[in-house]
Design a protein around this ligand. Sequence first.
Ligand SMILES: [Zn+2]
Length: 95
Amino acid sequence: MIRDVFKEDEIVKEWKAGKSDRTMPIEDLFLLIRDGFKNCDEHCVHRERYGEDACLCIRELFPSREFYMLYLELRDWYISRIAERIADAIIGDVK
Ligand SMILES: [Zn+2]
């Protein structure tokens, strides 16, 4: 349940625009990049109203949308690096 929809709309708008002074330690960001972030997977009114990338669970963890986008990008990079290493380990010597 969203307690105050108008207030929440405003909070989401500011979160997306990155207007708050909130930040997060780079170590925390990289922990998420390494371990992956799991969003709430049950029915969620926040996700329904604000979209997949502005759900409350995401907004609680990431100081602004920019941080979340950075996470997505680096997580992709991290996964592809792992895939590369696995591929190297399996077929690296075959050429
Ligand atoms: Zn969520």
